[in-house]
Design a protein around this ligand. Structure first.
Ligand code: ATP
Ligand code: MG
Length: 580
């Protein structure tokens, strides 16, 4: 705290100086007003105690000069007045002094007045800081308001414009100085038509009256493409008494925003139309798909019919072939029959002749001729060949009818796979009887070995299992070109009866292995195979809750492994599904 003393009286100056120093103040001394003015401008002075009457510059002038000068800190000024000099007091305060103290001064009183001064200085300093803060806030606010795109204008109760921002100046194409103090209703640029002027005045007055914010939308411009849309907000500015002192009008140009909203609205409508189109297309597509499915189903049906036709053709061919040679054999046999009849007739005639001759004891005459006739006839019909051929023909016929029987049996199984009865049986019997049945077909092609372990009885449809064994064995024989081996093995393993039938035939190519159980899959020439044998086998084994697997190497041979569960299989159903 630095105190400047301005006193021309040396003793009075010294007294003051000592008193203040003793109380811990820093003190500067001047002999007259001019010197004090210079010191006040050179040093930071917080408080000035000045005499009134001084040479060169008196206390009043010093005081006025200090007050007129701009300085960072406030100087608290106490004037020294004569005790009886009350008349000067008014001048003291007029010149800008804060207080006075009569001379000769009382140190206690001086101290008290200095304390008051200190408080005022602190208050002044706080006030100044506050003003600085307010000033900088105002500046910031101005920057913000000026940077805004919205036009902002504030008016007082008389509708005079108090302030505007840069956006307002720019859009209204006016000058700041010309605008401030103008009545807003006189500004033509702000209003397009009288009705908007009336409306705005009403809004401003309403905000002054109610203290409530208001807003409204305004449109200007006639032609659609020149039209401007604005959103106006009227905000109250209240003073310390909570009275509305100004109304701030914020005008936001929403033309672009509205245009975008309209665009979005249009886009939405287009999108909706497009979606409708897509839905119509989707529906058309779904109908087309349904039609396609129907066509496909029909095509499949046609294909099925074709397969059945193919099967029928195959079966017809299969049956035709043996039927052909059986019928041709029967023709030959018919001819043989006629030959044999005529031979027998000749024998009978010979016999009758012989009988008559014996009766007449006339053994002479016609016998040799008849014997010659028989011998000729025997030679003619080659009776030895006929006898042998008859045997062959009958054998062929039997084979033919067997084949027909097998084909019919296969077809029957295919059409009615479950007519057999569920019984408990040792499948060894079935394997043996089947082998006997097909042995004719196998014996020329392969050496057949059978190795059957101790097998438990299982629940099964025995006839159907026989059919499985037969189909596998016949395939095995057909796969062997000249001569090979067929092994039949069966054992009881892990609760299953496991049957393995292997051959040393041609084997099955890798790509065909997954197809051999498909119905009508055959690699055999048309008429030689229906492609049903393995499919029937697969379905029968599946019906027994068993499995059938194949392992094969081209050129080496094939092994079929069948596993049938050994326990009771009460849930075996005659109607189990087929692999189709
Ligand atoms: N042991 C085997 N060795 C080689 N190929 C086989 C064997 N078993 C089956 N195949 C192949 O599987 C195909 C299908 O056999 P599947 O028994 O179902 O019909 P197929 O013998 O052709 O006619 P069929 O209905 O007269 O039995 C056969 O054409 C053959 O290509
Ligand atoms: Mg077959």
């Amino acid at each position: 705290m630095q105190i400047l003393i301005a006193e021309d009286d040396q003793i009075a100056r010294m007294l003051l100086q000592n008193t203040l120093k003793k109380r811990g103040y820093e003190v500067l001394c001047a002999e007259n007003g001019r010197q004090a003015w210079e010191l006040a401008n050179t040093y930071t002075v917080n408080l000035l105690i000045s005499d009134l009457d001084m040479p060169e510059m008196d206390g009043f002038d010093l005081c006025r000069k200090i007050r007129a000068s701009s300085r960072d800190d406030y100087i608290y000024i106490i004037m020294l007045t004569a005790l009886d000099d009350k008349s000067n007091l008014l001048r003291v305060f007029d010149s800008g002094a804060d207080d006075y103290i009569p001379k000769p001064f009382d140190p206690e009183e001086l101290e008290a007045r200095i304390h008051t001064g200190v408080r005022v200085i602190a208050l002044e300093r706080g006030h100044k800081d506050l003003q600085r803060v307010i000033g900088s806030s105002r500046d910031k606010l101005r920057v913000i308001l000026d940077s805004m795109n919205e036009e902002i204008v504030s008016v007082d109760r008389n509708l005079s414009i108090a302030s505007v921002n840069k956006a307002f100046i720019r859009r209204q194409e006016v000058c700041f100085q010309d605008v401030i103090g103008q009545t807003i209703t006189n500004m033509d640029s702000v209003f397009d038509d009288p009705s908007s002027r009336v409306q705005m005045v009403e809004n401003i007055k309403s905000v002054f009256k109610t203290g409530e914010e208001k807003s409204e939308n305004a449109v200007s411009g006639d032609a659609e493409n020149e039209r401007q849309y604005k959103e106006l907000t009227f905000l109250p500015v209240k003073d310390s008494q909570n009275e509305v002192s100004q109304v701030v009008i914020v005008s936001r140009d929403v033309t672009e925003q509205r245009r975008k909203t309209m665009e979005i609205y249009d886009l939405n409508r287009n999108l909706r139309d497009a979606l409708n189109q897509v839905n119509i297309k989707k529906q058309e597509l779904e109908e087309a798909m349904a039609q396609l499915k129907l066509t496909q189903a029909q095509a499949l049906q046609t294909e099925k019919m074709a397969s059945i036709g193919q099967l029928a053709a195959g079966v017809a061919h299969e049956i035709n072939n043996p039927t052909g040679f059986v019928s041709s054999n029967l023709n030959t046999l018919d001819e043989y029959q006629e030959d044999i009849d005529s031979l027998l007739k000749a024998y009978r005639e010979l016999l009758t002749g012989l009988n008559k001759d014996v009766a007449k004891e006339n053994l002479s005459s016609r016998i040799p001729a008849k014997i010659d006739r028989i011998l000729d006839l025997e030679q003619e019909i080659d009776i030895e060949f006929v006898q042998e051929d008859i045997r062959d023909l009958i054998k062929d016929c039997r084979e033919g009818t067997d084949r027909i029987k097998k084909i019919v049996l296969n077809l029957k199984s295919f059409a009615h796979p479950g007519e057999d009865k569920l019984v408990t049986r040792d499948i060894s019997q079935g394997l043996e009887s089947t082998l006997n049945m097909v042995n004719n077909e196998l014996k020329y092609k392969a050496t057949v070995t059978m190795d059957l372990g101790d097998l438990p009885e299982i629940q099964c449809y025995p006839q159907q299992l026989n059919q499985v064994f037969m189909n596998i064995l016949v395939n095995a024989a057909q796969a062997i070109e000249t001569h090979g081996e067929i092994k039949i093995m069966a054992e009881h393993v892990n609760g299953n009866v496991e049957i393995r039938i292997s051959d040393t035939g041609s084997g099955i190519s890798e790509e065909n292995i997954p197809r051999i159980f498909d119905p009508f899959f055959t690699t055999k020439d048309v008429g030689k195979g229906t492609g049903l044998g393995m499919n029937i086998a697969y379905n029968i084994i599946k019906k027994h809750n068993g499995t059938i697997d194949v392992e094969s190497t081209v050129g080496k041979g094939t092994t079929f492994t069948i596993k049938l569960p050994a326990g009771r299989i009460d849930d075996l159903k005659s109607g189990a599904s087929n692999r189709t």
